[in-house]
Design a protein around this ligand. Structure first.
Ligand code: T4K
Length: 392
């Protein structure tokens, strides 16, 4: 019998810098007594990221959702925006908060990103932009989407919430399209506790984004637009600075974990791995999605998801249900049958991946999945059902 993990293995676990390192930074914040509102640590984080991405066209926010909402508002996007139903719900919420109508089209089966052909078919006189998502950190079909946007005079925005660290042809993913939004949420491989960032081509947008995230203030006595409060604070910026120092080691560990998963899982009937990254893509290994083919595996994706809990393994079904199936979006008509997106939503399981996940733990997770497939798994007795074992 494979023993359950003593402590829960979640789909992710945030990277934390060594505590002493972080405390040294805290001392600076204590000395400054400057906690938010464009403080010195935030400015340093902004400059460091500017150097990392080699751009001045960058703006930081307190989370990715508000960053995206402000991006849409600041760019004056209206009417209809073509987007994906296969994403985290915040992508669609950002449109809705701007009174923009989301138009859902299908995705392609290899990387689960927008299908350019379906995008082109859905363009109407009201379409103003495409909002595509680099799902799991895999780049969208960048050239095809750029071509459609150019030919139809549309803005091209990327929700790059998952894509920090992904590069295409030696260039950061941030530099494709008119604008990219990154989430620095704790569940992301690069994080600032919570946080978000916009990187954009048109430098003229910077002041607009800066006003919008700070109540519209231009000076102490001038409010030039009805902004909101979406500022990143000093603690967030400090965490971001410290995590950035460890980015290379985080990416390397994730790469090794993915390699091991791929080696072990390819031997299990009914477990279908996502396509390997396209040529020229340096993938960040943000997530580990696999498709469970019920017939070949002998069990549905949902059954696997439930049974793994008995071993204290908590996977996620990112992204199920599709956005258009949530009650608040059900009234929106969709383009076509979304067959590829529906199939992905029904079959995908995202397995645990984070820098501190031991390779021996990956081996065990794969062994459990294999034993479920073979029907040899002996279910451990569930102590305190419904609550992760060993969770505090
Ligand atoms: N666009 C896309 C495509 C996105 O994926 C997201 C966010 C956004 C936009 C919006 O960006 P933000 O406004 O969030 O910056 C999580 C995250 O909360 C969310 O940020 C993320 N996408 C989404 C994909 O995943 P949940 O509801 O699954 O999170 P939660 O709390 O269940 O955490 C997942 C697991 O992580 C837990 O089971 C345990 C572990 N965990 C989590 C936290 C917060 C930890 O070990 N420690 C922690 O501190 O949404």
């Amino acid at each position: 019998m494979i023993k359950p993990f003593a402590k829960p293995i979640y789909v992710t676990k945030p990277f934390l810098p060594p505590l002493e390192e972080f405390c040294r930074g805290l001392q600076e914040i204590w000395d400054n007594r400057w906690l938010t509102n464009n403080g010195p640590v935030l400015q340093r984080f902004n400059d460091t990221l500017g150097t990392y991405f080699n751009t001045d066209n960058l703006c930081l926010f307190n989370n990715g959702t508000l960053a995206l909402q402000i991006a849409l508002q600041g760019m004056g996007i209206t009417g209809e925006v073509i987007t994906t139903p296969y994403t985290f719900v915040a992508t669609t919420h950002a449109l809705y908060w701007n009174k923009i109508r989301p138009v859902f089209v299908d995705i392609e089966p290899d990387y689960y990103t927008l299908d350019p052909e379906k995008v082109e078919e859905a363009i109407t006189p009201w379409t103003t932009a495409i909002l595509a998502v680099h799902v799991y950190g895999n780049p969208c079909m960048l050239d095809e989407l750029a071509d459609i946007a150019r030919r139809h005079g549309l803005k091209l925005l990327y929700d790059a919430a998952h894509a920090f660290g992904t590069q295409v042809n030696g260039k950061s993913i941030a530099h494709y399209g008119d604008l990219s939004m990154f989430s620095f949420h704790s569940t992301k491989l690069f994080h600032s506790l919570e946080g978000g960032m916009l990187i954009f081509q048109d430098g003229g947008l910077k002041s607009t984004f800066d006003y919008l995230k700070n109540f519209g203030y231009k000076s102490e006595v001038e409010v030039v637009m009805p902004g909101t409060n979406a500022k990143m604070n000093e603690m967030q910026a400090l965490m971001g600075l410290h995590v950035l120092e460890h980015l290379d080691e985080i990416l390397e560990k994730r790469r090794r974990i993915t390699d091991l998963y791929r080696t072990r899982l390819k031997e299990i009937p009914g477990v279908c791995l996502a396509a390997a990254p396209r040529a020229g893509v340096a993938y960040n290994n943000a997530y580990l999605p696999v498709e469970i083919d019920e017939r070949a595996f002998g069990m549905s994706r949902d059954a696997v998801y439930e049974k793994l809990k008995a071993w204290n393994i908590f996977t996620r079904r990112y992204f199920y249900p599709l956005i258009c199936d949530f009650s608040c979006y059900r009234s929106i008509s969709v383009n076509g049958d979304l067959a590829v997106a529906r199939r992905a939503a029904d079959r995908i399981l995202t397995l645990p991946i984070y820098d501190s996940l031991e390779l021996s733990e990956v081996e065990t997770i794969c062994e459990v999945i294999s034993s479920l497939q073979k029907g040899t798994a002996v279910l451990p007795e569930i102590v305190g059902a419904g609550r992760p074992l060993g969770a505090s």
